[in-house]
Write a protein of this length. Structure first.
Length: 299
């Protein structure tokens, strides 16, 4: 594949040369970051690209950067937390796998593919099983920051933040594997983003009531089983495991109660037996037959 200058976008492209796509049947990877294409062409040719994931920013293709190991680990831990919450509270659907949505903004149009997104079941737009694009506006978007270039950082922290805010995404989380630019925003009634308060380092979602987490745990990524008794998580994590453990505890408590009841009954019977022996001995001392209650005349 040959590097070619593309005059129509040269003034808009500052960091990467453009590799023009060849024929779709030649088997080569078509890297077209920065290429100027119509929205129709984006949907037809680039949205389903098998090799690279592209977004579309008002006529310009933007290739999504590759993730690194730490970002992938952060992604998996956070996704697991979301899945646990929605297992306990099935009020929304998680979207990933490069599924995008269209943002028709006042001064431009973008097509974005959040790393993770959530739409509530109360959202007026619900995805059907065969769809590969979300036709509404997500309630929550999460981007795992790629800092390979300043352009990538600005895309997530400035451009997408502005776009999601204008489109009406209720909450926007930026998760930075280094912890330097991690941020959490919530849409205000006036249509602006404000940082979500984090008392004691805990973020609580308003989109997903009861979904909360410690910011520090994003980087420590503890096993969820170690957080079962943690007040931050125990209302939703491992709910099936917790229910099974509760059933096991209930059975153990019943067995222990039955054991104690049997032991009490044994002790009562033993006490009654000892009392009968004591009374029999006392009667014999008095010359009374314990069996008949009559005086033993032979004594």
């Amino acid at each position: 594949m040959t590097l070619i200058d593309y005059p129509s976008v040269a003034t808009q492209k500052t960091e990467t040369q453009i590799l023009l796509p060849r024929d779709e049947d030649d088997g080569e990877v078509r890297f077209a970051d920065g290429l100027c294409v119509s929205e129709e062409e984006f949907w037809r040719r680039y949205y389903h690209d098998p090799d690279l994931s592209y977004e579309w920013n008002n006529g310009i293709l933007e290739a999504k950067p590759m993730a690194d190991l730490h970002s992938a680990q952060l992604y998996r831990w956070f996704l697991r937390l979301l899945e646990e919450y929605l297992s306990a509270h099935p009020i929304a659907t998680i979207i990933g796998l490069e599924i995008g949505f269209r943002l028709a903004l006042p001064h431009k149009t973008s097509i974005r593919r959040p790393d993770l997104a959530v739409y509530l079941h109360s959202n007026p737009v619900i995805m059907r099983g065969e769809e590969c694009t979300y036709h509404g506006i997500f309630d929550l978007c999460i981007e795992f920051l790629s800092d390979s270039t300043p352009r990538d950082v600005r895309r997530d922290t400035v451009i997408k933040k502005s776009e999601y805010c204008q489109a009406g995404v209720h909450e926007y989380f930026i998760l930075d594997r280094k912890g330097q630019k991690t941020a959490f925003y919530r849409l205000t009634p006036t249509g602006t983003y404000t940082p979500i308060p984090s008392p004691a380092g805990i973020i609580q979602s308003a989109v997903l009531p009861g979904f909360q987490f410690r910011v520090a745990d994003l980087y420590e990524r503890p096993s969820l089983r170690t957080r079962i008794n943690d007040r931050v998580y125990n209302s939703f994590i491992l709910s099936e495991y917790q229910a099974e453990r509760q059933r096991a505890d209930t059975l153990r408590q019943r067995a222990e109660a039955e054991r104690q009841r049997a032991e009490t009954e044994r002790q009562r019977a033993e006490a009654e037996h000892q009392e009968r022996l004591r009374l029999a001995a006392m009667l014999e001392t008095l010359g009374i037959d314990p069996e008949t209650g009559r005086a033993d005349r032979g004594k």
